[in-house]
Write a protein that binds this ligand. Structure first.
Ligand code: ZN
Ligand code: ZN
Length: 706
């Protein structure tokens, strides 16, 4: 930490350095002066030595002068010497000048040298200063580098430590991961083993289940076959029963086989009888006439008590009356359906000589119908214009025997028909009353011209799984439907499509799959009695296979499929309300806006009221609902919330339900007028309910449950 060299760098003593350098410079200058003096002395000495060596030219010249004087003309010689002298002086002057110039030059050169030296010294100093600075900078840099390096080393070390640590952590982690992986692998293996075992167990189970299933299927099939067999047997039995019942319930008519151009048909009904009571009533009327002296239709004289004798009952006349009652329940008159005379019905040579008929509603009895005849008394006694024949037959001294037949025919215009057959014979036997019989088939002979058509009576539409019995019938004039006689013995059935509907021996149709089947009723001569078309509609449980959700403008569609019938059925789903951010006017509760989906402008009335009532299905004593939440809500119980009196436009009454804790109270599967909440566990929970299109209608309830 820290930088130990930094203070020295900051306090370099440049002044001291400069002084030292100046001193050094002075010393050098003095040394140079001394050297110069020495140089001058040496130069002088050299000059002296030279003079001595070659001699002075002036002296030489003086010598010459002296010599010439001696030889030549003295004057000439002196002039020549003077010239030479002049020349020498000139030479000397020139030499001095040269010397001076040389000296100046030397001085200049010296100055130059000196300047050069000073410059050099200065440069040296500057260089030294520079060097010092450079050195310092270098040191600084080196220090910096060193620090940098130390830092680097430190960082490197830290990095290393860090890396080491990271490595350790990494190793630790890797170890952990490895352990984890190993654990996982181990678990995986254990899981695999377990799964394998599970698989084996499952396979074993599946095998068992499969075997069980196959066994069941087999059993089921066997059961089915058995059931089928039983059904067939039952059908057979039922058929036999019906056939026997029919045979035993058929009451013959007066002829054993149909006459020419006639057929036999059966009329279903009851043969009722009031025997003694009815006979007593007839005789009471006779007696009354004698007592009252009513005119005898036979003698045209007033009856007296001595004329009175009671009518006797004739079994044969009763038989005639029964056939006639059944026949005239359709003809409503003294007519037969076979076109023959009513007097032609004969049993044991006994025939009727007088026929009284009466019709009445379903509740009437024979006395009421006898009284219908008796009502003619007034006209007979007073000579009125009304029909009196029936009253006359009762009181006439002509008739000795009577037989009454009372037939109840549900399909006739008047269900009750009473026929009285009178005879003037006095020797008819036997005089027994016949028994009444319910649910009989009275044989009726009818001309073929009166037969309009054959048909099968039943429902044209059936649901799969349904059964019905088709009843063969014959429509006759007057719109009545009678039974073909001996239908079980003479008619059979077949279906053209047993997959759609099957028919059994006695016309029982069972529907299986959707479609149409034709049921044909066949006569014993193989000709067709009638064909009946049945439309079977699938009633099997269908699977929802496709849903197209509705929008605000388009209805949705649910598509169902029946795999048995191999059909698809579509069902519309109502359109949903327009979706938009509504803008509620709090005064009018009118809301306006634009639908997000269809962009339609919406204007509707939002709900402005909502009442809420409660009931716990389990703990409430009766079916009542209360304004407050129920206090006793055990776990598992169902709380019902009834939201009522929600007004506004019908499409915009949607409710929103919020539950604070759905682990306590299950969120309802359906929200509506009666929303159900299931209690899951003990606790306290808030239920908030509001209308989606008017959130101001918000109510929150706190429930304590469990
Ligand atoms: Zn089906
Ligand atoms: Zn819309």
């Amino acid at each position: 930490m820290g930088c130990t060299g930094s203070s020295a760098r900051e306090n370099i003593d440049f002044e001291a350095l400069r002084k030292k350098r100046e001193e050094e410079l002075q010393k050098i200058k003095k040394e140079m002066e001394d050297l110069k003096k020495k140089e001058e002395k040496i130069e002088k000495e050299i000059e002296e030595l030279k003079k001595k060596e070659i001699g002075n030219p002036k002296i030489e010249l003086e010598q010459k002068k002296n010599e010439g004087f001696s030889n030549d003309n003295k004057e000439e010689a002196v002039r020549r010497i003077n010239d030479e002298e002049e020349e020498i002086i000139k030479e000397e002057e020139r030499k001095i000048k040269e010397e001076e110039e040389r000296k100046i030059k030397e001085e200049e050169e010296e100055k130059k040298v000196k300047e050069e030296e000073e410059r050099k010294i200065k440069e040296e100093e500057e260089r030294k200063i520079k060097e010092e600075e450079g050195r310092k900078i270098k040191e600084e840099e080196e220090k910096k580098i060193k620090e940098e390096e130390e830092k680097k080393i430190k960082e490197e070390e830290e990095k290393k430590i860090k890396e080491e640590e990271e490595k350790k952590i990494k190793e630790e982690e890797e170890k952990k991961i490895k352990e984890e992986e190993e654990k996982k692998i181990k678990e995986e293996e254990e899981k695999k083993i377990k799964e394998e075992e599970e698989k084996k167990r499952k396979e074993e189970e599946e095998k068992k289940i499969k075997e069980e299933k196959e066994k069941k299927i087999k059993e089921e099939e066997e059961k089915k076959i058995k059931e089928e067999k039983a059904k067939i047997e039952e059908d057979e039995k039922e058929f036999e029963r019906l056939k026997n019942e029919e045979i035993s319930s058929i009451i013959p008519t007066d002829v054993k086989t149909p006459s020419k151009n006639c057929i036999f048909l059966g009329v279903f009904g009851d043969i009722r009888t009031d025997k003694q009571t009815s006979l007593d009533r007839l005789n009471a009327i006779r007696k009354e006439a004698c007592e009252e002296g009513v005119k005898d239709p036979q003698t045209k004289k007033k009856l007296t008590m001595s004329d009175y004798f009671p009518l006797k009952w004739s079994t044969d006349l009763e038989k005639i009356s029964r056939i006639r009652a059944a026949e005239s329940s359709f003809t409503i008159g003294h007519e037969r359906l076979n076109g023959k005379s009513i007097w032609g019905v004969v049993f044991n040579n006994v025939r009727s000589w007088g026929e009284n008929l009466a019709w009445n509603w379903g509740s009437a009895n024979s006395i009421a119908m006898i009284n219908q005849w008796y009502e003619e008394k007034h006209d007979w006694v007073t000579g009125g214009k009304g029909v009196t024949g029936h009253y006359e037959s009762i009181i006439s001294t002509r008739y000795k025997y009577v037989g009454l037949g009372w037939f109840y025919n549900e399909i006739a215009k008047y269900p009750n028909t009473l026929c009285g057959s009178f005879s003037d014979r006095d020797d008819i036997a036997p005089e027994d009353f016949l028994d009444g019989k319910s649910n009989i088939i009275q044989t009726i002979e009818i001309t073929k011209q009166k037969v309009q058509s054959n048909f099968l009576e039943g429902k044209a539409k059936m649901l799969t799984g349904e059964s019905q019995i088709l009843t063969p019938k014959v429509k006759i004039s007057g719109g009545y439907a009678l039974f073909p006689l001996n239908r079980y013995a003479t008619l059979s059935f077949k279906s053209d499509n047993n997959k759609i509907a099957k028919v059994n021996k006695y016309g029982k149709v069972t529907a299986y799959n959707q479609g149409t089947a034709k049921i044909t009723c066949i006569k014993s001569d193989k000709s067709t009695f009638s064909i009946f078309e049945i439309k079977v509609i699938c009633n099997h449980e269908k699977k929802l296979i496709k849903t197209v959700k509705p929008t605000c403008t388009k209805v949705g569609k649910n598509t169902y499929e029946c795999k048995i019938c191999n059909i698809k059925k579509e069902e519309d789903i109502k359109t949903i309300p327009h979706d938009y951010t509504f803008n509620l006017n709090k005064k009018t509760y009118k809301s306006t806006g634009t639908c997000k989906v269809c962009k339609k402008k919406i204007n509707f009335k939002a709900p402005s009221s909502m009442e809420i009532y409660w009931r716990n299905k389990e703990t409430a004593k009766d079916g009542s609902y209360y304004g407050s939440v129920p206090s006793n809500n055990p776990v598992g119980s169902i709380i019902v919330c009834w939201t009522s009196d929600i007004n506004g436009d019908s499409d915009y009454r949607e409710l929103v339900v919020e539950i604070s804790d759905t682990s306590i109270l299950e969120y309802p599967s359906e929200i509506g007028d009666f929303t159900q909440f299931k209690v899951l566990k003990k606790g306290e929970v808030q239920i908030t309910i509001y209308t989606k299109y008017n959130t101001n209608l918000r109510k929150t309830f706190t429930l304590s449950v469990g």
